[in-house]
Design a protein around this ligand. Sequence first.
Ligand code: GDG
Length: 472
Amino acid sequence: MRKTIIVSNRLPVKISETEGDYSLQPSEGGLATGLGSIYREGNNIWIGWPGQEITDQKEQEKVTKKLRKMNLMPVYLTQDEINNFYEGFSNETLWPVFHYMAVYAHYEQTYWDAYYQVNKKFRDIIMKVAEPGDTIWIHDYQLLLLPGMIRAEMPEISIGFFQHIPFPSFELFRLIPWRAEILEGMLGADLMGFHTFDDTRHFLNAASRILPVTTTANVVSYNDRAIVVETFPMGIDYNKYAEMGSDPEVLQQIKNLKENFQNDRLVLSIDRLDYSKGILQRLQAFELLLQLHPEYIGKVVLYMIVVPSRDQVPQYKELRDEIDKQVGNINARFRTLAWHPIQYFYRSFPLETLSALYNFADICLVTPMRDGMNLVSKEYVASRNNNDGVLILSEMAGASKELIDAIIVNPNNIGAITRAIVDALNMPLPEQQRRMKQMRTVVAKFNINHWVKLFMTRLQEVNEMQQNMLAR
Ligand code: GDG
């Protein structure tokens, strides 16, 4: 029977260990939910790193057994591989360049070597299970070489690739010393997907400038194959967020928030710690708001959650220290006896708390410098069952191409963010509702299931086209 193989760096599972006993919990992320309908079926499978270093072979066998029961298959990484492939090439080379922060990029041969080797490791494991007629869907920037490596082994297999982060303009991409190898790897796929039309265009442009290929509209001709490159903006599990608003635990937390912030308007900000998220600029805009509009002192609160991430890496640690400093300064400068301008949390929260905040916040402030899509903006919209509330969204987030009824801002323009907050605070309810309704229609329709179906259907069509071309 033909099967589908999903491949991503991380498996959709959380592993916890107590005294040598490993317990596995499925993760609740959007991608895991969307792809759940695929990998849990029949003999389909999801291949990836379980997210924890397990060196002992016996332990590995135990965990593998448990994972296999969930249709998951592990790729175990050593600490060295985690350091050089994941934290190194993926997060210190590709991540900054793809997010237009090239000054943060390190181009290390050891990182590249590990990236190549780990992509090969993934390939070897896939080769153990892949059979002719199967479909393979590979995800994201950690595995850019994998489509090409599989193609070399199985020329006729159907391979889809989706990139969750931006694809930068050619002028940025060309900086990477291994740019040709990366593109060759990606072009092993039959169908390549990005969140936005600009990412798609940038990829096509980079391919045609760097490799001896011909491109027409959205097709790259390379090595006698036609690779289709298209835009698939990813959605969320809309119903989950809409329905969570009536969950008793969420309702209780909303009640608590109402009691704590009786007279305050709440501006919500949720991100992982990352320099691409524009957290410092957001703080500056909020400070400017209080400076230019003292009437909001004592009345507006910025509720800011930063989820810990990579904080052993110097740039991330510096960012964290700088956030601490700015939050401290703003709170010291503007606080009153009864009111704190910024409620800042450096930790993650359960989904119920997030949902309560999405429901309660008057404004959601999402101002990344670059973001592939940005799911927080969509989750806020999906949670607003009363159709009120205002989303302020950076034009650099992929989501801004769909959520055009948000207040769209350039995240580098601090004054514009401040003005957007003022506009949001003063937006009449009918206008809030008009905008929110439009956005909810978009988020509801183009949800995660729609996205998965669209990509898989297109992959099948492209594969049929390839088969016909080969038969000719
Ligand atoms: C990549 C791309 C693209 C956040 N804090 C908590 C928490 N979250 C959840 C949110 C949301 C997710 O994390 C973050 O959304 P992103 O859009 O940043 O997704 P990533 O997977 O990190 O990033 C991005 C995405 O892929 C999809 O293609 O949009 O551009 O960088 O779902 O709700 N969840 C919980 N507690 C928290 O404190 N439980």
